[in-house]
Design a protein around this ligand. Structure first.
Ligand code: ADP
Ligand code: PEP
Ligand code: K
Ligand code: MG
Length: 528
């Protein structure tokens, strides 16, 4: 069982226990894995393996590639979901206020240390060692002599020789003349620019983003919008407003991506508006001095935890882009992100263009599972209860009690009935050590044009929450909870748990459901 022989880091651990092989769990990990799909991870075969290895959210990044390319990948994902019988949510990642080098010919460009290079908004010029056209006209107004600018390959991992640091030497009209600080060759299809700690006067939802959301997004009923370069709460409100005008997308959750100091400064307000947060450590790690990154991570994850909103951490095992094993620094970093309390790990270059997308997912999953075993749930639980304060809302009280009961009786799972997903999310907020089967009961709804069932969004959106594992109930089960329907749905959930190996005979199970008007937590002991 996942939580037997529970070790706590705060207590002495016999070194020998570290060597004991870990028992296989049905669920790879409670922590979720988001994979960025791209050239190395778009065949049905590879995607199926990714799903089996533990990926539960697929990210489609519109910083590159066209709608048709991403659609092909998505069709393959759907086929993989059908054949592997593993659910997967879809995340659309926007371009936002991203500065890019415009290199139409895609020819490699060699830059030599101490030479000068001009950044120009004149996209008619061809990119060369002397001049780099960019997609932003306001750079000259935003920077001054002495500022640093970083140019890196899309999803730079730090180990390539294709990234370059520039120092602003002079502003000449709309152009910015820079001194090259290190030699590099820009080779690849997309290079992004990062000017340290300045405001980029570009909209957070670009015209292209709006176009993509209203076509590709609507067509594919995206579960999550990853809002790149979210810098203000207003950015999230605007995106929400935009989504609400696009039919089903009113149900899409918005994950605000914090990738620069401006977003960090407005973190609290952004968190209030967003459904979740992506700690975009790649870009933020350039904007922040390296020694400050951990502090942002710990405080941001804490705030997300207390708000009961998912926190997603990026750029964890960059070295696995080309290697079968992560560095020890990276492996320890993944474990620490789990101990900090993150919900999910987002893989970028590793799955997109890496040599080992599947191995990366399983390695990260194994590290997460080990860290979860020593996560100090007791301390976390107390801290959360104290933070929430009293009087608690009824539902929050029920949710925390369900987690406490499950720990006390050493339940193997918590089964939570829900339609909106709210109850299940609240249970996950208290970070139970056992999986939560969230049984989503569809509701019949109408938009005056047609009748349909809710539930699919709610089920898939739990795929990014630590510890939540959704099960979409048969829509023929009416949403009104009567004893008879509750019993039959519970039986389906138990059977599912047994079939998947997470529930065994004589196990105890905690169930959270409504009986009549009352929310109840009950403990059941299975016979066989
Ligand atoms: N269809 C259902 N059958 C039985 N219990 C339910 C159902 N939907 C929600 N519950 C229970 O009702 C309470 C409120 O949960 P919540 O998720 O807020 O409900 P809703 O989905 O109606 O918003 C929780 O105890 C939850 O387990
Ligand atoms: C995930 C990140 O960014 P991108 O969306 O550019 O991949 C990041 O900066 O960590
Ligand atoms: K992006
Ligand atoms: Mg980014």
């Amino acid at each position: 069982m996942m939580h037997s022989n529970h070790l706590l880091l705060e207590e002495p651990i016999r070194m020998a226990t570290i060597l004991e092989p870990s028992k296989a769990n049905f669920f790879a990990a409670m922590t979720k894995i988001v994979g960025t799909l791209g050239p190395r991870s778009r065949s049905v075969e590879v995607i199926s393996s990714c799903l089996k290895a533990g990926m539960s959210v697929a990210r489609f990044d519109f910083s590159w590639g066209d709608a048709e390319y991403h659609q092909e990948t998505l069709e393959n994902l759907k086929a993989a979901v059908r054949s592997s019988k593993k659910l997967c949510a879809v995340m659309l990642d926007t371009v936002g206020a991203e500065l890019q080098v415009v290199n139409k010919s895609e020819k490699a460009i060699t830059l030599k240390a101490d030479d000068k290079v001009i950044l120009t908004p004149d996209q008619g010029q061809e990119a060369s060692s002397e001049v780099l056209p960019i997609n932003f006209a306001g750079l000259a107004k935003a920077v001054k002599k002495g500022d640093t600018i970083f140019v890196g390959q899309y999803l730079f991992t730090g180990s390539e020789t294709t990234s370059v640091w520039l120092e602003v030497d002079e502003v000449k009209g709309d152009d910015v003349v820079c001194v090259i600080k290190n030699s590099a060759t820009l080779a690849g299809s997309l290079f992004t620019l990062h000017a340290s700690q300045i405001h980029i006067d570009l909209p957070t939802l670009s015209e292209k983003d709006k176009e993509v959301i209203s076509s590709w997004g609507v067509q594919n009923k995206i579960d999550f919008l990853s809002l790149s370069y979210a810098r203000h709460a207003e950015d999230v409100r605007e995106a929400r407003d935009f989504l609400s005008k696009h039919g089903d997308l009113s149900q899409t959750q918005i994950f605000a991506k914090i990738e620069n100091v401006e977003g960090l400064t407005h973190f609290d307000e952004i968190l209030q508006e967003a459904d979740g947060i992506i700690l975009s450590r790649g870009n933020l790690g350039i904007d922040l001095p390296p020694e400050k990154v951990f502090l942002f991570q710990k405080s941001a994850v804490y705030k997300c935890n207390m708000a009961g909103k998912p926190a997603v951490v990026t750029r964890v095992v960059d070295s696995m882009t080309d290697n079968l094993r992560p560095t020890r620094a990276e492996a320890t970093d993944v474990a620490n992100a789990v101990l900090d309390g993150c919900d999910a790990i987002l893989l970028g270059a590793e799955t997109l263009r890496g040599l080992y997308p599947v191995e990366t997912i399983s390695t990260v999953g194994r590290i997460c599972a080990e860290a979860e075993k020593v996560f100090n749930q007791d301390q976390y639980f107390k801290r959360t209860v104290k933070f929430v304060g009293e009087p608690m809302s009824h539902l929050e009280s029920i949710a925390s009690s369900a987690v406490r009961a499950a720990l006390k009786v050493k339940a193997s799972v918590i089964i939570c009935f829900t339609s909106s997903g709210r109850a299940a999310r609240l249970i996950a907020k208290y970070r139970p050590t056992m999986p939560v089967l969230s049984v989503v009961i569809p509701r019949l709804k109408t938009n005056q044009l047609k009748w349909s069932f809710s539930g699919a969004f709610e089920a898939r959106q739990s795929l990014i929450v630590r510890g939540l594992f959704p099960l979409l109930a048969d829509p023929r089960h009416p949403a009104e909870s009567t004893n008879a329907t509750n019993e039959s749905v519970l039986k389906v959930a138990l059977d599912h748990g047994k079939a998947s190996g997470v529930i065994k005979s004589h196990d105890r199970v905690v169930v959270c459901q409504k009986v009549g008007d009352a929310s109840v937590v009950k403990i059941i002991e299975l016979e066989d």
